[in-house]
Design a binder for this molecule. Structure first.
Ligand code: GLN
Length: 544
């Protein structure tokens, strides 16, 4: 039977609970303990797919096509397992399921209540994941902070689990923040005590407390938390802020968390082997020459909107023993005259995914700049559509080619809805989502990157390349290097007369791993690193 670890957050949000959970997965996996993960999101949306990136950050897409919280991306990158729709549960999903059952008559005669109906539905999701994954340990992260109104049913459900599956099979981990007071120059434990009290009030006593802090946590502070929160001293784990998130598994391991979990559950485990992670962190910490990459998007004020893109770029530069100098360019700023200056020092340009017309012309300008100046370009989803629009304007010698998403009346709808999408009126969960096969063209940059002819990649879009324009754009130099196996859908485009201008209709960033950069990101950086730009010239040879 699977063991369960429930992770709650206290004091404030954004203390890195997701990364902590992902890192716990890493250290368990390094002992040959199998893990699966679930994120509980207390909001009432069924999934984050309909939320603005400003509200929610990136929407991560699983292989089976679920639109999920970006923490799932961290779980996949850290644990190197591809998770499914079962790994993200929202209050919206729970309530819709309960109400659908009520309408069907499953509870005839009964009054439907948060306890037991909603909590039972929640617990069924835990058990379903355990049953399907057969993992030794199920890590469950409760989103939000203890005390939030909408999180109450989730906390009540995790409390009930202790009796349902037995005390020896459940651990509660609380992640808190120790604030630092400048005036007295000390870390304060009181907010942690309060948040543990709040947990106890609803019947949960944490077994382990992970203390996030920007300053070293003294032994005295650990003693105090242990005493006041009634947690064994060795189970008070300090977690200092570090420059790279990939160091966190090593820190938690060093603090003894892995062994503690194994002992508490009595798991059969091997010695931890984190060699790969140690090498990764060592390499990340070494100074490397940076590659200048411009990321041109509409949500750049919030870097979390492009979380997986940024991580995929990091994995790729690491592969080439380089660092990244990523500058975030607001696509709207590029729409102004003379804005090319924003791109002048870029050795590579990346246009990621997005929705809606705002900033699109700026992205088209970026694609135009990349094409004319032979700057490597990687387009992701909307980035492909923008590259096609820009190229069509050049090839058809007209300013009018566009996507019908941005100009429904364009005479050149180079990007358009497929007929089945035209009939769709609902917005939630109705895009082309999840893994689809893509057949690669021999001798293309795409096939050289992947090293295989058939690949599966994750999608999240409504609009597609309009096949009516395949021939004219091809004549002008566009190559369709990735197609759906029935040849009906364009999945990858590249330009013949350009060093490396490659775009894909899917989202390769979701499949990149720290030790296995995505092939398209890897090759994009591989070409970009050798581009000579302002501020990026190699050192001049010393004259003798
Ligand atoms: N808005 C575009 C579409 O729906 C692109 C989506 C994306 O970049 N994820 O097709």
């Amino acid at each position: 039977m699977s063991k369960y670890i429930f992770v709650t957050g206290g004091v404030v949000s954004s203390v890195g609970k997701g990364i902590t959970v992902a890192s716990m997965g890493t250290i368990l996996k390094s002992r040959q303990v199998s893990v699966s993960v679930q994120k509980l999101d207390p909001y009432l949306n069924v999934d984050p797919g309909t939320m603005s990136p400003y509200q929610h950050g990136e929407v991560f897409v699983t292989q089976d096509g679920a639109e999920t919280d970006l923490d799932l991306g961290n779980y996949e990158r850290f644990i190197d397992v591809d998770f499914t729709a079962d790994s993200n549960v929202t209050s919206g999903q729970i309530y819709s399921a309960v109400i659908a059952k009520e309408r069907r008559g499953d509870f005839l005669g009964g009054t439907i209540q948060v306890v037991p109906h909603v909590t039972t539905e929640i617990k069924e999701r835990f058990k379903r994941l355990a049953q399907k994954s057969q993992a030794d340990v199920i890590l469950i992260e409760v989103g939000g902070t203890v005390g939030d109104i909408e999180g109450q049913p989730f906390l009540e459900a995790i409390r009930q689990m202790r009796n349902d599956v037995g005390r020896d099979n459940v651990l509660y981990v609380h992640v808190t923040l120790l604030p630092y007071l400048n005036s007295t120059q000390e870390l304060k434990t009181k907010p942690t005590q309060h948040s543990v009290n709040e947990l106890r009030r609803i019947g949960i006593q944490p077994d382990i407390i992970i203390c996030r802090s920007d300053y070293p946590v003294s032994e005295g502070i650990r003693d105090k938390i242990s005493l006041f929160c009634d947690v064994e001293r060795q189970a008070v784990i300090p977690l200092l802020t570090v420059p790279t998130i990939y160091e966190i598994p090593l820190i938690l391991e060093e603090a003894g968390l892995g062994q503690l979990i194994v002992d508490k559950f009595g798991l059969k485990a091997q010695e931890a082997d984190l060699t790969q992670w140690q090498e990764l962190v060592k390499s990340l910490k070494e100074p490397h020459e940076p590659v200048n990459i411009a990321l041109v998007g509409k949500y750049v004020e919030l870097n979390d909107a492009y979380f997986s893109v940024r991580e995929a770029l990091r994995h790729a530069v690491l592969y080439h023993d380089r660092d990244i100098n990523l500058f975030w360019v607001r696509s709207e700023d590029l729409e102004k005259d003379g804005s090319d200056v924003l791109l002048r020092s870029a050795q590579g340009i990346i246009v990621p995914g997005g929705f809606g017309i705002r900033g699109v012309e700026g992205m088209v300008k970026a694609a135009n700049y990349a094409r004319n100046n032979e700057i490597p370009y990687l387009g992701l989803c909307l980035g492909l559509q923008v590259m096609v629009i820009e190229f069509a304007r050049y090839a058809l010698n007209s300013s009018e080619p566009n996507s019908t998403e941005f100009d429904p009346g364009t005479p050149y709808p180079v990007i358009d809805l497929l007929p089945d999408q035209k009939e769709e009126t609902n917005k939630g969960g109705t895009m082309r989502l999840g893994n689809y096969p893509c057949q690669l063209l021999p001798d293309s940059r795409a096939v050289r990157a992947y090293g295989q002819s058939l690949v599966y990649e994750r999608h999240r879009h409504r609009f597609e390349f309009n096949n009516q324009f395949r021939a004219p754009l091809h004549e002008a130099g566009m190559i369709y290097s990735g197609l759906s196996p029935d040849s009906k859908l364009v999945e990858i485009c590249e330009l013949a007369n350009h060093p490396w201008m490659v775009s894909c209709q899917f989202h390769p960033e979701f499949g990149s791993r720290p030790n296995r950069p995505h092939p398209l990101f890897r090759d994009f950086i591989g070409v970009a690193k050798d581009v000579l730009r302002e501020g990026a010239q190699p050192p001049l040879p010393l004259s003798s």
